[in-house]
Design a protein around this ligand. Structure first.
Ligand SMILES: Cc1ncc(COP(=O)(O)O)c(C=O)c1O
Length: 428
């Protein structure tokens, strides 16, 4: 691959492949998927999910295990792939609990985090035997204790901590600011005391989540180092060992020109120091350390395929109007929290290898200029019926998008595994 290859070229070469003019997804031509399932569609390659999971699990071996944060892609068929690999599950709602159940996950392998859990959700998951509830407010503490009392048992809980700014490991990220997520680290002692005082709460762990889309191994290691220190302090206050330490998700993948790839070898090289820190503290030495990534495990597996409805020129600028858009893939349109709108990697999935003829903007069918999937990307000649692929689309896709906006049909979702494709649509 030439050093000046675009991110899309690199991803196509590394993750997908090409046959003639067709982009391949899990070995199947994009055009064949489009013909069989219709467009727009999300195709997820199960092989790539396994590849990401196995690479991360190998890098973390001896230090931490993986819970999949299913908000990234709660489709039960996707969850099933990761569950079969050995991942536990992190959920943020009763709906996600049901998705995990549908995928065959044992409730004991599930933990529930999120700043606003309803009492009915808590009651349902606790009755079903969920592994751990991550407390984020005093109200939750009271409700979980009351549910435990009504069931006549102690509920395993962790305290979610909103870390201080220095915990960012050099990155300016989510933690350290005023935030509704978890309890401020400054209040940790008081919160530990309050939880420990409830006879129906069993304080098993500590949870920190400092930010998302982290591509720098040193930043991650710095955050995890801080997480271990916080866990040690909580255990000391509690006066007994902790059983779980959840160091959060946030492992990034490249989306934009210039983005690097998270260096797992560098992550692994940073672990002996963390293992030594953990082992030096008898109150956290035997704790089960876990991480809970979402995007890292499923982002790369997904391709959003849409078909060109019109190829037009306005005042000298080329537009490809496609049948998919921000209503299915808000993140790719740059409207899911991005400060600067940059393009996800895109490919001309039915005209691979053809010479580019100049820049084109790929826009969706919604009546708003926000509905833009790519801005002035170099593209070959494209006509009605040609396919555009947005890569890195396996995480925060349809369930993170305003699917009802403008009342277009929901996208098909397809899982490709071992050369076979299966419709797994769930979002209506
Ligand atoms: C508590 C928690 N865990 C895990 C994640 C997953 O983040 P990512 O997909 O960046 O790994 C999130 C994302 O918002 C989160 O809030």
């Amino acid at each position: 691959m030439a050093p000046d290859a675009t991110l899309a070229d690199r991803l196509v070469a590394d993750q997908f492949g090409v046959d003639g003019a067709d982009l391949l997804i899990g070995g199947i031509p994009a055009r064949a998927l489009a013909e069989r399932f219709g467009t727009p569609l999300f195709a997820y390659d199960a092989g790539l999910i396994r590849r990401s999971y196995r690479a991360l699990a190998a890098a973390l071996a001896g230090f931490a295990t993986i819970h999949y944060s299913i908000k990234a892609n709660p489709n039960p068929a996707v969850v099933r792939v990761l569950h079969a690999e050995g991942a536990g599950i992190e959920i943020a709602s009763l709906g996600e609990f049901h998705a995990a159940m549908e995928a065959g996950v044992d409730p004991a392998q599930i933990l529930f985090a999120g700043p606003g859990k309803r009492r009915s959700e808590l009651a349902a998951v606790i009755s079903a035997g969920i592994g751990e509830i991550h407390l984020e407010s005093h109200e939750e503490m009271v409700h979980v204790a009351a549910i435990g009392a009504s069931l006549g048992r102690r509920v395993c809980v962790a305290i979610r901590v909103n870390p201080i700014a220095e915990a960012q490991g050099g990155a300016m990220r989510m933690g350290g600011k005023a935030a509704p997520f978890g309890f401020d680290e400054e209040d940790l002692d008081a919160v530990v005391d309050a939880v420990a005082a409830h006879p129906h709460l069993d304080l098993t762990g500590i949870h920190l989540f400092a930010g998302t889309q982290i591509l720098d191994a040193a930043v991650l290691i710095g955050q995890w180092r801080h997480g271990l220190a916080v866990a040690g302090r909580a255990a000391a206050r509690l006066g007994r060992p902790l059983r779980t330490i959840d160091l959060g998700g946030g492992l990034g993948i490249p989306y934009f020109a210039g983005d690097g790839t998270l260096d797992l070898a560098a992550v692994r090289a940073g672990l002996p120091e963390l293992i030594a820190l953990r082992d030096a503290d008898p109150l956290i030495r035997d704790a089960h350390v876990l991480v809970e990534p979402g995007r890292y495990l499923v982002g790369a597996c997904g391709v959003y395929l849409s078909a060109v409805l019109a190829a037009k020129v306005s005042r000298g600028q080329r537009f490809l109007v496609v049948d998919g858009g921000m209503h299915h893939h808000l993140a790719a349109s740059g409207n899911l929290g991005q400060v600067i709108k940059r393009d996800y990697p895109v490919a001309a999935a039915s005209r691979m290898g053809e010479p580019v003829v100049g820049p084109a903007s790929v826009v969706g069918p919604l009546c708003t200029p926000l509905d833009t999937l790519a801005r002035k990307v170099e593209m070959p000649a494209m006509a009605e019926g040609d396919l555009v692929a947005v890569l890195q689309s396996g995480a925060y896709g349809p369930t993170a998008s305003p699917v009802g906006f403008l009342s277009h049909p929901a996208p098909a979702e397809v899982l490709v595994d071992a050369g076979a494709a299966q419709l797994i649509s769930r979002v209506q």
